[in-house]
Write a protein that binds this ligand. Structure first.
Ligand code: GLU
Length: 306
């Protein structure tokens, strides 16, 4: 029997660790307007797992900036910091499948191992799609018993996904996600996923019992997101997200990765550059219409008088 089409539910998911910039404004507007065009739902999520860098005043700043742009989420924001138990449940499930292991190397242990390997091999170590070196150690370098003992003894660790075992667990057959190409609400084509290019990714950090990859997947499912509309910079990360969805038995939404807003020298905007923050632009007298024009978005049509 043909399935009824899924409702259109999308989200904007900023981290409240700074003020929003033009790139965020673009993402939020593309999401909110796609929801409006389809009669769908636009939700907001605060990706605040990094409890040391995220602050309530930045969350308030995000709410103010969105309201100024004319964006009204359908519900109060979901805060990731209030849902660590949901992430723990997902990790426990993956652990029970034998796909997760504690790893005890510090960042500097990893950096040193990469430098040593590069010196020995005479060529750069393999990197992930963001350009960071892959985790250079092997799960098999320590027995499971030894890992369990060190964990029980209170040594700091991260939890990593055993990528090879995870790929085996999902079996053969292509892994892909539906990518809507032109418009966020347009028809989708399969995009091939290649999670192995990320190596043994971190699922839970030392300081926080989760990670971006894990919590984004769990929350998209728990918030009933059917369309993930976000920047092109997260295109390759989707490979990991689809793998986690498959392992956890979660539905894969349709994705749309939109163009990025770049600065004058072609670089991605960053929160540390306050010149492109919406607050700075507002303070210089910019209007929401100026922001739309600068982002290459059509002007808003005036609401017809009844
Ligand atoms: N929190 C991420 C960011 O601010 C966005 C995550 C996502 O949209 O999947 O870049």
């Amino acid at each position: 029997m043909p399935q009824p089409p899924l409702p259109f539910v999308c989200r904007f998911a900023p981290s409240p660790n700074g003020r929003l910039h033009l790139g965020h404004a673009f993402s939020a507007l593309v999401n909110a307007e796609a929801a409006a065009r389809t009669g769908g739902t636009f939700l907001l999520r605060m990706e605040d797992i990094d409890t040391t860098r995220c602050r309530p005043e930045f969350e308030q700043g995000i709410l103010d900036d969105l309201a100024w742009l004319g964006i009204v989420p359908a519900a109060p924001p979901r805060r990731q910091s209030e849902h660590f138990a949901d992430y723990a449940k997902a990790i426990a499930r993956l652990e029970a499948m034998g796909l997760v292991y504690p790893a005890f190397e510090s960042r500097s242990d990893i950096a040193r191992a990469v430098i040593e390997a590069e010196a020995k091999e005479g060529h750069p170590a393999p990197r992930d799609p963001d350009g960071a070196p892959l985790y250079p150690f092997q799960r098999s370098g320590l027995s499971d018993g030894e890992r369990a003992q060190r964990r029980a003894a209170g040594e700091p660790y991260v939890l990593r996904l055993d990528m090879a075992a995870a790929m085996e667990a999902i079996g053969s057959g292509p892994l892909f996600w539906p990518e809507a190409r032109d418009l966020p609400e347009g028809s989708a084509v399969p995009a091939p996923a290649d999670p192995a290019q990320w190596g043994d990714v971190v699922l839970a950090r030392r300081d926080v019992p989760t990670s971006y990859h894990l919590s984004v997947v769990v929350d998209d499912a728990l918030q009933g997101i059917t369309r993930v509309i976000r920047g092109m910079d997260l295109f390759h990360a989707t490979s990991v997200h689809v793998l986690l969805q498959r392992l956890l038995g979660l539905a894969t939404p349709v994705y749309h990765h939109h163009r990025l807003i770049l600065d004058g020298s072609g670089h991605k905007l960053s929160k540390s550059n306050s010149a492109t923050s919406l607050l700075a632009l507002r303070n210089c007298g910019a209007t929401p219409e100026d922001i739309r024009a600068r982002l290459g978005l059509d002007p808003l049509q005036p609401t017809p008088r009844m």
